[in-house]
Design a protein around this ligand. Structure first.
Ligand code: ZN
Length: 415
């Protein structure tokens, strides 16, 4: 009796032990499967991505979508590249920081690189390695300002000016290019065809450092309006031929000698024509300090086109102070075509005097695509629309200047 009960108890005990062993085995099995999944997804996949740059379909697709919507938008990157080893170890979604800066980790382990990205209603910018950027960021022809916390600040804008030089190239032009290059600045040169062949290497250098090649006719006739359209056509065709011979490229923009043009002239030349909104009068002043004062004390409203001449020594000397001082004051010096692009203007065969916000808003600028600028995300372009306050003072003067300044009639630079 006792023996039987004892045997029964032992049997139950063994059964219990067996059940526990199975339970433990099952637990191990489940744990092993979970671990395997974790290892493959969390470690192996990222390593494959990092080493081989795989999953290209996914990335390309995302990039393609973004590119179609906005050229400045950030793209999602899978983990790859040596600099991302530290990022691979932190896979929780959200903001992260290391000694190089901050980045944003998405739930799918990707992060943003190379452009603008809105996160929680705030626009940020990420560099090529995926780190959040602060301060000035240049995208295309425009600069954008990002606060210390990385948020885009549409109220801080870098006003743009287009320096233009007429009647060259000449013996002082190369010195002006030195100044422009040292200050990361661009300018537009409206050249006379008859001078181009004398300074081919200067023309090549203009092109190489991002300056714009403009045509100012072959020999500065007085005036394009009266010489007949055949002569007009020849003046500009010959100049383009000389430019192509010098640097392989024709002029992209034009300026009429003495600012004397009409629509027939423009239709004949088939290029956008440029006047100016700020005349330095350097052709008359021939004085370094006076040239400097005319520009620095002039109306430097965002979108201004400044007229100077690169054939005068005083002008070339004045530029050594004008360019660095304008840059130090926060201006971005660009070519006329860059200025047009930044302001959302598709250049037409028309005449342009300035790209002030007031002129754009007033419909005075041909080819202005209101609200459809090249700019970045919605948040970024919204900011640009609120720029009316910056156009103070530009207004009253636009009327009297936009048809060429009053000096036009007495303008003579000895050509
Ligand atoms: Zn001229």
């Amino acid at each position: 009796m006792d023996k039987n009960r004892y045997r029964e108890r032992m049997r139950k005990k063994q059964q219990q032990l067996r059940r526990r062993r199975y339970m433990r085995l099952a637990t191990y099995a489940v744990a092993f499967v979970l671990l395997a999944v974790f290892v493959v997804r969390g470690i192996i996949f990222p390593i494959i991505d990092r080493v081989g740059g795989h999953k290209p379909d996914e990335t390309v697709e995302v990039q393609a979508q973004v590119a179609a919507a906005d050229p400045n938008a950030a793209v999602r990157q899978p983990l790859k590249g040596q600099g991302d080893v530290s990022k691979a170890s932190v896979l929780t979604p959200g903001w992260h920081e290391d000694e190089n800066g901050r980045w944003y980790q998405n739930a799918d382990h990707t992060y943003y690189t190379g452009g603008f990205q809105e996160i929680d209603g705030v626009t940020y910018c990420f560099d090529g390695n995926g780190y959040m950027q602060t301060g000035w960021v240049t995208k295309g022809v425009k600069d954008y300002y990002f606060n210390d916390d990385g948020s885009y600040n549409p109220d801080i804008r870098r006003p743009m000016l287009a320096l233009t030089f007429d009647d060259g190239p000449g013996e002082y032009t190369d010195g002006i290019l030195d100044v422009l290059e040292e200050n990361n600045a661009h300018a537009t040169f409206f050249m006379l065809g008859q001078n181009v062949g004398l300074y081919p290497e200067v023309v090549q250098r203009m092109k190489a450092i991002g300056c714009e090649l403009g045509s100012h006719s072959w020999d500065h006739p007085m005036t394009l309006v009266t010489i007949g359209l055949d002569s007009v056509a020849k003046q500009f065709a010959d100049t383009d031929a000389a430019l192509i011979e010098a640097c392989g490229q024709a002029s992209t923009v034009a300026r009429a000698p003495y600012g004397e043009w009409n629509q027939d002239v423009i239709d004949t030349v088939q290029k956008p024509f440029f006047m100016w909104s700020l005349d330095s009068l350097d052709w008359k002043l021939r004085d370094v300090q006076a040239d400097y004062d005319m520009v620095l004390n002039g109306d430097l409203t965002d979108g201004t086109i400044i007229l100077m001449h690169d054939i005068h020594q005083a002008s070339a000397e004045a530029i050594k102070r004008i360019v660095p001082d304008l840059v130090a004051q926060g201006y971005k010096l660009v070519t006329v075509s860059e200025l047009a692009e930044a302001k959302g203007v598709t250049l037409q065969n028309a005449s342009y005097s300035d790209f002030w916000d007031s002129s754009l808003a007033n419909g005075e600028v041909a080819g202005y695509n209101m609200g459809s600028t090249d700019s970045g995300s919605d948040a970024v372009s919204d900011g640009e629309a609120s720029s009316e306050e910056l156009s103070d003072g530009s207004w009253e003067e636009s009327g009297e200047l936009s048809d060429g300044s009053e000096d036009e009639s007495v303008y003579s630079d000895g050509q």
